[in-house]
Ligand binder design. Structure first.
Ligand SMILES: Cc1cc2nc3c(=O)[nH]c(=O)nc-3n(C[C@H](O)[C@H](O)[C@H](O)COP(=O)(O)O)c2cc1C
Length: 170
């Protein structure tokens, strides 16, 4: 069976969508068939042999739409290789503490889904723009400076490594 990958993303401000699109393009460049879609639009995984799920961290948890996706599609996800990524850290890319905290937040979310065993998992730096925030988020984080520490090279490298893992079990 050929590998048809669904790359789904959960975003509020669009930075995760851009990362999902970059991953999709890289997988396509490796000869895979790929759809990139917002997670909310997806009703069924029928027709897809593998899934990549990406979402930003908000308020110490993985985006709600990603959590819902895991709950709703449990059976189908158990039958396919699934890779996941999160966007979280937005400050100094070398601030290990921030990366550890974001990873711990992702761990905590995933611990609620003990059945879920992704074939790959990655944390990427995110993008932060205080001007785009609305209340109450503006109140919570509006004093932070703007930043974009998405590492496009690291994103492409990760996507390339995924190819084998997504193909393997399909
Ligand atoms: C109000 C707010 C809360 C956030 N909370 C967290 C958090 O708890 N942990 C974390 O690692 N990143 C947090 N972030 C960083 C986001 O994950 C990052 O900005 C990401 O790139 C946003 O993705 P999006 O543009 O796809 O919505 C937060 C960002 C905002 C604006």
């Amino acid at each position: 069976m050929s590998t048809i990958v669904l790359v789904v993303y959960a975003t509020r401000y669009g930075s995760t969508r851009e990362v999902a699109k970059a991953i999709g393009a890289e997988l396509r460049g490796n000869g895979l068939e790929v759809d990139v879609r917002p997670v909310r639009e997806v009703r069924s995984l029928t027709g897809y042999s593998a899934v990549v799920l990406g979402a930003a961290l908000y308020m110490f948890r993985w985006h709600r739409d990603a959590r819902r996706f895991l709950s709703r599609h449990r059976k189908a996800l158990l039958e396919r290789p699934v890779a996941i990524f999160a966007l979280g850290p937005t400050h100094d890319p070398h601030d290990e503490k921030e990366w550890q905290d974001s990873n711990a937040q992702l761990d905590k979310t995933l611990a609620k889904f003990p059945w879920f065993k992704p074939v790959a998992r990655e944390m990427f730096g995110g993008k932060f723009d205080p001007n785009s925030l609305r209340f109450p988020l503006k109140w919570f984080a509006g004093a932070e400076p703007a930043s974009d520490i998405r590492d496009w090279k690291a994103i492409r490298v990760w996507a390339n490594k995924l190819v084998e893992k997504l193909e393997k079990s399909s």
